[in-house]
Design a protein around this ligand. Structure first.
Ligand code: XLS
Ligand code: NI
Ligand code: NI
Length: 436
């Protein structure tokens, strides 16, 4: 059955098209920097925001007009899956990402939860076969249910730690069965509200113990997917342990887990951490840890994770520069961890939202490719650091001098001359690339 009745497969029509149901920049098979756009971007649908989000906020309930509104149980889950796969097929989105709780009803016990998952995994498997759509990553929802009120692997209650372990075990098994290319750990409620009731040292050790168990189990079942951690500084807890890329990387190194994980960077989480998105991508990339992206955007006037569809070309361009420099994202990809606004409650709004997000990143990719192939910024940067390629700078880089030699050198200096950073000139060149 078709739920998007009046919508055919969305096609690329070019930037002058006025058809709202067409791509203006995303041309899946167009070759850019040596490979088709779709291989650079590896777009994924977020199961939760797209299929289970209801549009509620702290002041009001559901607004979304969805064909499953009157249904419950497995029937509801199946309808959601059908609609999701129709949407992805029509958009040409080749991957999806999911939490265990998104695809099947929770049930009254862990056993029932597992059984519901098995039914839905078989169902989704058949839709994947029919459509050729693949799983980018799976994850676990260990934050919605009240048992996770104080966290999951960082809960003070060992029973909760055990329950979360059972949940991740199962979620990893089903991700493996669905051919998932990655498995994500977003902290959920792994953080704290007040030091007055918290043993942070034990909680962090437990978080590391939990991740080590996940690595061991992954190896045991032969799951070849990449493990990813998704940093976020706050929300739902005031202090999330996985604050930002730098914090997560040093945590992983401290607990000797760094060889087993990469990072899934979310744009809105970067801005909540008071960083730019490109900063978080850059920190991950230069440490060899950039694994995947949750592409969304926040609202500069609101201080929470609004998870909006990305429409800012400037940000997408700077992000795609990092992705290209990273040599791509695979086996990661670009997941739209984004939801339509509460007022955009019709099914067509989902289509408009994905078109907007996909076009934004496609345009970002095209601009980033031009920037990198012309090398303007790179040659500026290379010149700026020229002092480290000869003379005293070269000796510093090669480790040939220490404080004594540097003092002797500095004593001989007459005057130190700096050159301008030319920020405004560079920003103006960037605008030229974006607007030309
Ligand atoms: C929440 C996170 C979440 C993860 C998956 O803020 O972004 O959606 O991506 O658990
Ligand atoms: Ni996310
Ligand atoms: Ni988020």
């Amino acid at each position: 059955m078709a739920y998007f009745k009046n919508i055919e497969k969305i096609k690329y029509e070019g930037s002058s098209s006025t058809n709202p149901f067409a791509f203006k920049y995303y041309d899946a098979d167009k070759v850019v920097a040596g490979k088709p756009m779709k291989e650079h971007l590896r777009f994924a649908m977020s199961y939760w925001h797209t299929l289970t989000g209801e549009g509620s906020d702290p002041f009001g309930g559901s607004t979304m007009d969805r064909p499953w509104n009157e249904l419950s149980g497995i029937e509801k889950s199946k309808l959601r899956a059908d609609l999701g796969f129709e949407l992805m097929s029509k958009l040409g989105v080749e991957y999806f990402c999911f939490h265990d709780l998104d695809i099947a009803p929770e049930g009254d016990s862990l056993k029932e939860k597992h059984e519901n998952l098995d039914i839905m995994v078989a169902y989704i498997e058949s839709l994947m076969k029919e459509t050729g759509i693949k799983c980018l990553w799976g994850t676990t929802n260990a934050f919605t249910h009240k048992r996770f009120v104080h966290g999951a692997s960082t809960s003070p209650n060992a029973d909760v730690f055990a329950f979360a372990a059972a949940q991740v075990k199962k979620a990893m098994e089903i991700t493996h069965r669905l051919g998932g290319e990655n498995y994500v750990f977003w902290g959920g409620r792994e953080g704290y509200e007040t030091l007055l009731n918290t043993d942070t040292a034990l909680e962090l050790d437990n978080l590391a113990r939990f991740l080590k168990m996940a690595v061991d189990y992954k190896e045991k079942i032969g799951f070849g997917g990449q493990l990813l951690i998704e940093p976020k500084p706050k929300e739902p807890t005031k202090h999330q342990y996985d604050f930002d890329a730098a914090t997560v990387i040093s945590f992983l190194i401290k607990y000797k887990l760094d060889k087993h994980f990469k990072l899934n960077i979310e744009a809105n989480h970067a801005t909540l951490a008071a960083h730019t998105f490109e900063h978080e991508l850059n920190v991950s990339r230069i440490n060899g840890m950039l694994g995947s992206i949750d592409a969304n955007q926040g609202d500069p006037l609101l201080g929470w994770d609004t998870d909006q569809f990305p429409t800012n070309i400037y940000d997408a361009t700077l992000a795609m520069i990092e992705v290209l420099k990273n040599g791509g994202l695979a086996p990661g990809g670009l997941n739209f961890d984004a939801k339509v606004r509460r007022g955009s409650f019709e099914l067509d709004d989902l289509v408009y939202a994905y078109i907007a997000g996909m076009d934004t990143y496609a345009k970002g990719l095209l601009i980033a490719d031009q920037i990198l192939s012309e090398g303007v910024f790179e040659s500026f940067v290379a010149d700026r650091y020229a002092s480290y390629r000869s003379g005293i700078g070269e000796k510093i880089v090669k480790g040939e001098v220490g404080f004594e030699e540097l003092e002797a050198y500095a004593l001989g200096l007459k005057e130190i001359t700096n050159t301008s950073g030319r920020q405004e000139m560079l920003e103006s060149i960037l605008n030229q690339y974006i607007y030309r």
